[in-house]
Design a protein around this ligand. Structure first.
Ligand code: ADP
Ligand code: MG
Length: 731
């Protein structure tokens, strides 16, 4: 799995990302974090357990071997010092091959030890032979547990390695003692117990690694979209460079069928581009000069030249990958409890094992039985499942969501999505297509003059009406002049100077407030579905521009399904009542609020968010920012822009309101997985430990059960990466 392709930090970048191997639980992750922070020049370090990634923030340039050394000392391996020719994926493959080899050798050596048991006592192995077979299993293949235990004790923490090391060495020591210390022909030996524990734990680790690789699959799939090589155009020549070296402003050539390395703007050429990686929908869109393209997108049949607007690390795709990746190291509220329990877990288990052994001895049980029960307690209680429960589910779930074009920023929005009872929608661009058309014009003067003046002014506005107006003027070959002294009245309109005249364009209320004279009083004659926008020149009414924006084809289905689920829906718009009413009724919205200023939208949101009520706001852009910020959950629609990703808690990469349902679904599913995993992991220990203490489980069975419990958790999470949206938004 590749998180980043650099092992040394490029100049000017104060982050290093690499892999850490050998972490088994949250305890290990925090130990690795501690070790990294202690290195001079490191200001921060965060570890992602599930993807085995480390992200280190540097306060000064340092030699990366220092980081490697610090981690090796703490008992881990990294890919920092790895062979430069070896990619992280290859390194991962080397490690997993070694793991497979160790497992096979361990199993192979264990079989003869089990022969007496399997043959029903027919075959006997001399104690010396049993001893000779067990030594390499315990001290070579099992060395990692001793090393892990040593490292963790040295850092004054304890982890599962401590339990395994104690359990196996107790069984080994007891066997040696009884072999050398007794004259009996068949002294009680437990060498095979040692071998079976080690083999089973290795088997568990092996399975876990495979399953873990699966949970990060959705992430890997995203990472794989970034091409390694880009064709740089400089001085009339095309030169292949590493994608990591692209700088904003570079001119890049994109050949047919290639993936685009970074975000950019098309300078020349015409093509079709497939944005399925960002939107979850594989429908190529045709793009030409001036259009924005995104890193990771698949180019169609045309060759185009683009100007890079980002470097590889800050493209939208990279940001999404970073986001999903960092989610796993974020602590879900429930995780704090898990951490507290984990910290006392190992010492507690050791105490229980000691008490168990003593209690059996006092009861008059044989030394042999007492010790074996103690060992079973040690071996069965691995806190691994606990540590894996949350991060694996988060990566699998939120990674799957990202592939569907749903970006969830962390665990808080994920939990909030479960409690939402009202969703407020912005109208224009959210429930409607956001492609308003100028349908008619009323003016005392000439149509061309009204268009020229208002469109000139609107060049400075981001509003959808403004864009439609400029487009209409351009289509009629009207030449525009540059406006000056612009005032943007958010949610109301815009004013400024064009050719020495003061112009105002916007809602009637805005013009009234700014004391425009002669405003027409009959608004009834406008078609109910349309939105009239008024214009004035130097304080006198100039004309009216009428826009119409049709509802999105999928809005109605989304509203109907939300209502069926018991979620209230409301429309908040700055548009006039007639237009809002018409679209709102068409879509089946229960509540429609029109003529709202951005501030009124905020107070509506606040009035609906109370003790037991949680409200989500869905908006499409900048003018909804205050309302989005006020909501318990903010959802940005279809803009596919950096701003949306950075501000909204959930970003939908495609303008389909049905994605809201999918977003709630995946959040629910992820949350449910985390809870299942935790219930399983806690439940397993609560049942298994007492059973072991009461002597119902042999150490061998204990090792098997323990391995199975981790695997169950990871496999359960893995199921999430197969998550498929239920609404038709992803056909
Ligand atoms: P919505 O809440 O539907 O997204 P906005 O808050 O963006 O609407 O705008 C509310 C109203 O303000 C619009 O219906 C329009 O009449 C007016 N308006 C806002 N900005 C502009 C602009 N740049 N040009 C013309 N009208 C504008
Ligand atoms: Mg809007």
């Amino acid at each position: 799995m590749a998180i980043a392709d650099t092992t040394s930090s490029p100049p000017g970048d104060d982050h290093i990302k690499f892999h850490i191997y050998g972490m088994t639980c949250t305890g290990c992750a925090s130990r690795a974090e501690k070790a990294l922070r202690a290195v001079d020049g490191v200001s921060d370090a965060s570890i992602q357990l599930a993807s085995e990634g480390a992200d280190v923030t540097l306060s000064q340039t340092i030699d990366t071997t220092l980081l490697d050394a610090a981690l090796v000392k703490a008992g881990f391996e990294t890919d920092l010092g790895a062979d430069q020719d070896e990619t992280p994926a290859e390194h991962e493959a080397t490690l997993s091959a070694r793991e497979t080899r160790h497992l096979l050798i361990s199993a192979f050596l264990t079989v003869p030890l089990l022969a007496p048991m399997l043959s029903g006592g027919q075959i006997h192995l001399a104690p010396a032979i049993q001893f000779a077979i067990t030594v390499p299993i315990l001290f070579w293949l099992g060395l990692r547990f001793f090393a892990g235990a040593y490292n963790s004790l040295r850092m004054k923490t304890s982890n599962m390695d401590v339990l395994i090391a104690m359990g196996t060495s107790a069984a080994f020591a007891y066997s040696c003692f009884s072999w050398l210390g007794s004259n009996a022909a068949n002294p009680p030996l437990y060498f095979e117990t040692v071998a079976v524990i080690i083999t089973l734990v290795l088997f568990g680790k092996w399975l876990e690694r495979r399953a873990k690789a699966g949970t990060t699959k959705s992430l890997t799939a995203l990472t794989a979209l970034r091409p390694d090589i880009a064709h740089l155009m400089a001085g009339g020549q095309v030169q292949d460079i590493e994608a990591a070296r692209i700088a904003p402003g570079n001119r890049l050539l994109i050949l047919p069928g290639e993936r685009i390395p970074v975000d950019g703007t098309i300078l020349s050429g015409q093509t079709e581009i497939d944005n399925a990686h960002l939107t979850g929908e594989s429908l190529p869109v045709s793009c030409g000069v001036g259009d924005k393209v995104f890193g990771g997108a698949l180019n169609g049949a045309g060759a185009v030249e683009i100007e890079a607007t980002t470097n590889a690390a800050s493209s939208l795709l990279s940001k999404i990958i970073d986001l999903v990746e960092s989610v796993q190291s974020e602590k879900a509220p429930i995780q704090h409890l898990v951490d507290r329990i984990s910290a006392i877990f190992v010492p507690l288990i050791i105490a229980i094992a000691v008490v168990t052994t003593s209690a059996w001895l006092i009861q008059g049980a044989s030394v042999e039985h007492a010790i074996l029960t103690g060992i079973a307690v040690l071996v069965i209680a691995c806190p691994c499942a606990l540590g894996l429960a949350t991060p694996t589910a988060l990566v699998a779930g939120l990674g799957a969501a990202a592939r569907h074009g749903i970006i969830v920023r962390g665990t808080r929005p994920m939990e909030m999505a479960l409690h939402i009872d009202t969703i407020a929608f912005d109208k224009t661009g959210t429930l409607t297509q956001g492609q308003p058309e100028l349908v008619s014009i009323e003016t005392h003067g000439t149509r061309a003059e009204l268009l020229r003046l208002t469109a000139s002014l609107q060049q400075k506005s981001e509003h959808l009406f403004a864009k439609a107006l400029v487009e209409a003027a351009v289509a009629e070959n009207i030449s525009l002049s540059m406006p000056q002294n612009i005032d943007v009245h958010l949610g109301e309109g815009i004013s400024g100077d064009v050719d020495g005249h003061r112009l105002i364009v916007g809602r009637k209320e805005l013009l009234e407030r700014l004391k425009v004279s002669d405003l027409p009083s009959d608004d009834e004659h406008f078609d109910p579905g349309t939105s009239p926008v008024f214009a004035s020149r130097d304080g006198t009414y100039l004309g009216t521009l009428v826009f119409a924006d049709a509802a999105r084809a999928t809005s109605k289905e989304a509203i109907t399904k939300l209502t069926r689920r018991g979620i209230k829906t409301a429309m908040l718009t700055g548009d006039r009542a007639e237009a809002a009413q018409k679209i709102g009724e068409e879509l089946g919205l229960k509540e429609i609020h029109s003529n709202l200023s951005p501030a009124q939208k905020v107070s509506f949101i606040q009035s609906r968010s109370g003790e037991d009520h949680r409200i989500a706001m869905v908006g499409d852009g900048i003018n909804d920012a205050p309302a989005l910020a006020a909501a318990d959950l903010s959802i940005a629609m279809g803009s596919g822009t950096d701003a949306a990703i950075e501000t909204a808690q959930i970003s939908l990469m495609r303008s389909d309101p049905r994605l809201i349902l999918d977003a709630i679904d995946i959040c629910r599913a992820t949350h449910a997985k985390i809870r299942q995993n935790l219930v399983w992991a806690f439940g397993y220990n609560t049942i298994a430990v007492p059973l072991a203490a009461l002597g119902y489980l042999s150490p061998m069975i204990a090792a098997g059960t323990m391995a199975m419990s981790s695997i169950c958790v990871v496999t359960n999470s893995l199921l999430l990466s197969r998550w498929k949206a239920k609404t038709g938004a992803h056909s």
